[in-house]
Write a protein of this length. Structure first.
Length: 352
């Protein structure tokens, strides 16, 4: 079997990464921890920095919880992930909890890794093979999946079009490194707290987290951060940015922001989000509605693009939910297959 490219997705201890001799920088937090999943009736996540054994409960879905806890030096790692030990720990942490089912538990050294590159010759790295994550309430899994999404359309595009340059893969490394490092920096704060054994310091930090969790704005910002809703990727030098003449480029117009995911949009007569094409970039009309002029300008943009672009064809009634009518501009947002806004182009109505 032959293939033009291959992707190593074989986890934090990736043998492919070692075979490619790609350097990995590892951060160790000086302790072991465990992760388990079980069924609980509670619906509120919590982090408790108890110095004797800090832990956190994270609500995943209806009746499904994930618990992260430190394994102390005098505890046996294998025993601390057995059902009996885990249920005993839950009973101590949540005395009135009734565990519906025990799903799994796993112990590991608390640490994170970051590769110096995700691209070597015709090999790519993705997921934990590229950026090994510690437990982070699912953020590590999400950034890995988003990374594969960012890589997938690039590989498919390179396979289908000879005119597209392999520098798109270098963009993948730069952008996904930035995204994964942001998650790892957030994780590092939690991991350092898990390793704290000083009673006074742990009590102080636990109290602060409890108070912060009851501040609505802080709590909502934390949720947006952990779910990667507002994560921004660096696209300043990306190969797929449109370089067009006689257009004003902006970093923001209304709810549209370069480097961000496209705004959450609903069709006027449906309850579902837009189903975007898998491989082509999509050109969204986001300024004032001038159909004939908009059609002509969209054709010009598509002809100048270095990647396949498809214009979003929708009725005025549907498109009104994301247009900025008061801008005074004919405007377009170019959106990648992974739903990131890559550029915003504006031109005065009637301008040349």
């Amino acid at each position: 079997m032959t293939a033009p490219w291959a992707v190593g997705c074989d986890g934090a201890s990736s043998q492919i990464r070692k075979w490619l001799e790609i350097e990995q920088v590892w951060q160790d937090y000086g302790t072991y921890s465990a992760v388990m999943e079980c069924g609980l009736p509670q619906t509120i996540s919590r982090i408790v920095l108890e110095p004797s054994q800090p832990y956190g409960f994270f609500y995943f879905s209806a009746g499904c919880w994930r618990m992260i806890y430190r394994i102390n030096q005098d505890e046996d790692r294998h025993r601390m992930v057995q059902e009996e030990a885990v249920l005993s720990l839950i009973k101590t942490s949540l005395p009135h909890a009734v565990v519906h089912r025990f799903l799994w538990a796993s112990a590991f050294r608390l640490g994170q890794g970051q590769c110096t590159t995700y691209h070597k010759d015709h090999w790519m790295l993705a997921g934990d093979a590229a950026h090994a994550m510690g437990p982070s309430a699912g953020a590590g899994m999400m950034v890995g999946l988003l990374g594969v999404w960012r890589l997938g359309w690039r590989l498919a595009l390179l396979k289908q079009s000879r005119s597209v340059r392999e520098s798109l893969l270098q963009d993948y490394t730069r952008e996904q490194q930035a995204a994964s490092r942001a998650v790892q920096q957030s994780n590092a704060l939690i991991f350092r707290n898990l390793a704290v054994t000083n009673v006074s310091l742990a009590t102080l930090r636990s109290g602060f987290l409890w108070m912060a969790g009851h501040i609505g704005a802080f709590s909502r910002q934390l949720v947006r951060s952990e779910t990667l809703v507002e994560q921004v990727i660096p696209i300043a030098h990306a190969q797929d940015i449109l370089k067009t003449r006689n257009w004003e480029t902006r970093t923001r117009l209304g709810r549209w922001q370069v480097g961000h995911r496209l705004p959450y949009l609903r069709l006027a007569d449906q309850k579902t989000t837009l189903d975007l094409p898998h491989l082509k970039h999509l050109l969204f009309p986001i300024g004032m509605a001038q159909q004939e002029e908009e059609d002509d300008l969209a054709r010009q943009i598509i002809e100048q693009a270095s990647v396949p672009v498809e214009r979003l064809q929708v009725s005025e009634e549907v498109s009104s939910s994301w247009r900025v009518y008061t801008s005074g501009f004919i405007a377009f947002a170019l959106v990648r297959p992974d739903q990131h806004v890559i550029c915003i182009l504006c031109r005065k109505h009637g301008g040349k």
